[in-house]
Write a protein that binds this ligand. Structure first.
Ligand code: ADP
Ligand code: MG
Length: 261
């Protein structure tokens, strides 16, 4: 099992769209995938068609230790894709968890108990670097950072990277940056091209070759409660997420056997 946190403290950069569609694309390649919705807004849960009534066991209950990840995980309409949904209760968790033992390791410990039920766990982080995102980074093997192709794309990245450094030195020395994914790429816009080449010059190979185009299908799909890959599997957005999944699989370390020989 590999745990990937989809993180960027900026809102609206494509974290949730990436978690949903990359999760679906990975499931389509045969991986057993779990999305953990760690944003109080619950957009990943809504985008995957999970009604509020089905969110009694959510990531909040997991973090406070009331339910296990396996108990909270529910199947989605996508074969092999499950989700631990989120509710607004999570917004209080940042403060409530301060009083808990090992407050930074709540999600890490909860995921350890799931052993190898899933091949890939994608954590959809909220747009902040608070305790929820820290729990995701402590639990994760690696980070996937969506970066929107806009003028201020790199602004804020240094803050993200210094948080990663802090998590590495205090809690999770192995935390890797799996990759940076350029999102909302618009080939007709010269600014996009410029931002993309600047970002590649600064970050090098950590940036995925695959770029996610700006595609209206990606923004329409959530209102139908399905991933774009189901809503319209031939749209440019769906194709890009399939390509990103293939590229990402190529970067994953070989799976460790559940029991060492
Ligand atoms: P975040 O989770 O980082 O806040 P979202 O994934 O929710 O960002 O994306 C923000 C908004 O942009 C949403 O309305 C989403 O549908 C839309 N969006 C995301 N990626 C794309 C894309 N590649 N093309 C068009 N719209 C997109
Ligand atoms: Mg989001």
């Amino acid at each position: 099992m590999t745990v990937i946190a989809v993180a960027n403290q900026k809102g609206g950069v494509g974290k949730t769209t990436t978690a949903i569609n990359l999760g679906t694309a990975l499931a389509a390649t045969g991986k057993r995938v779990l999305i953990v919705d760690l944003d109080p807004q619950g957009n990943a849960s809504t985008g995957l068609g999970i009604h509020r009534a089905n969110r009694a066991k959510s990531s909040y209950e997991v973090l406070i230790g009331e339910v296990s990840v396996s108990d909270a995980a529910i199947a989605t309409a996508v074969p092999k894709l499950d989700i631990v949904p989120a509710t607004v209760d999570l917004s209080g968790a940042e403060i409530e968890l301060v009083d808990y033992e090992e407050r930074t390791h709540r999600l890490d410990h909860a995921l350890e108990e799931t052993a190898d039920r899933w091949d890939v766990v994608l954590i959809d982080c909220p747009p902040s670097l608070g305790l929820l995102t820290i729990n995701a980074m402590v639990a994760a093997d690696s980070l996937l950072v969506p970066l929107q192709c806009e003028f201020f794309a790199l602004e804020g990245l240094s803050q993200l990277l210094s948080t990663v450094e802090r998590i590495r030195s205090r809690f999770n020395p192995g935390l890797a940056i799996l990759g940076v994914a350029l999102t909302m790429y618009d080939r007709r816009n010269r600014l996009t091209e410029q931002v993309s080449s600047d970002v590649r010059a600064v970050l090098g190979n950590v940036v995925f070759d695959t770029v996610i185009p700006r595609n209206v299908r990606l923004s329409e799909a959530p209102s139908h409660g399905v991933p774009a890959l189901i809503y319209d599997y031939r749209c440019s957005g769906s194709e890009a997420y399939m390509a990103l999944a293939r590229e990402l699989i190529g970067r994953l370390p070989p799976a460790k056997p559940a029991i060492a020989a």
